[in-house]
Design a protein around this ligand. Structure first.
Ligand code: SAM
Length: 248
């Protein structure tokens, strides 16, 4: 690759995390919830990412974002982690102009596709980030600032030896709760029963959250557009479990 070809999108394909080191200067290996796949980034997706980043993209920074300045209003900010190709996220942003959406995804073709669809739809209340969401939550979001968190069909890491890579863990939920406003929501959906049970257990154990479901799970809500992975799950004959909790 020549110097001129090394674009912003190309850089994002190499790293989506900030390097951390041990006290004796060695690179710290982290347990990540994703594998950086090098699936093909089309020229179209790459150009959309490079051309529209100034309007629709945000970069990791070692300080909290000023959401009022970013979105130009003080509407609630809804964070979606792992938006995939972003279609359902853009559809939700279009359907809810009174909310601001912040989508995080590490897969660059998805980021490019999401930006392309957002441009096509002309949505203004959406920003996307291409970085590990756990670092964004930790470093870039002030406590009590989020109106809600959406996590739709996170990677199930179905082998028991990989369960530690699942993003839904007590410390993750603890961090999300810290970033939520009072009454803010956590909405998760999965097509893996065993992950649904883990989500239910971890969310129920957090004393600052209340389950809004009559019993464990809510019926599939109309306001959640069908996602690519949900369609795939249906094809494989999987069920779908939605969890909707609120912060006290
Ligand atoms: C199974 S896919 C689901 C995508 C989409 N929500 C859907 O339902 O079609 C999970 C996505 O989460 C992303 N992901 C996993 N861990 C992440 C993290 N820590 N930060 C940002 N994205 C992450 C993956 O790259 C992947 O695209």
């Amino acid at each position: 690759m020549t110097e001129a070809q090394k674009t912003f999108a190309d850089q994002k394909r190499k790293t989506v995390e900030t390097a951390e080191f041990t006290e004796d200067g060695r690179y710290k290996r982290k347990v990540r919830s994703f594998v950086l796949r090098t699936g093909r980034l089309s020229d179209f997706q790459k150009n959309m990412m490079n051309d529209h980043w100034a309007d629709l993209g945000l970069d990791y920074q070692n300080a909290p974002f000023d959401f009022a300045a970013i979105y130009g209003n003080s509407n609630p900010v809804i964070l979606e982690i792992g938006f995939g190709m972003g279609k359902s996220l853009v559809d939700m942003a279009e359907a809810n102009p009174d909310k601001n959406y912040l989508g995080i995804e590490v897969h660059t073709p998805g980021v490019g596709a999401c930006i392309a669809y957002a441009v096509e739809k002309g949505v203004k209340n959406l920003r996307v980030i291409c970085h590990d969401a756990t670092e964004i939550l930790r470093d870039c979001v002030k406590d009590g600032e989020l109106g809600g968190l959406q996590l739709f069909f996170p990677d199930p890491w179905h082998k028991a030896k990989h369960h530690k890579r699942r993003i839904v863990q007590p410390h993750f939920v603890e961090q999300v709760v810290q970033k939520l406003q009072p009454n803010g929501f956590i909405h998760m959906a999965t097509d893996w029963e065993n992950y649904a049970e883990q989500m239910l257990e971890v969310l129920s154990a957090n004393e600052n959250l209340v389950n809004t479901a009559e019993k464990d799970y809510i019926p599939r809500p109309d306001f959640r557009p069908l996602t690519k992975f949900e369609v795939r799950g249906h094809r494989l004959g999987h069920g779908v479990w939605d969890l909707y909790f609120k912060k006290k």
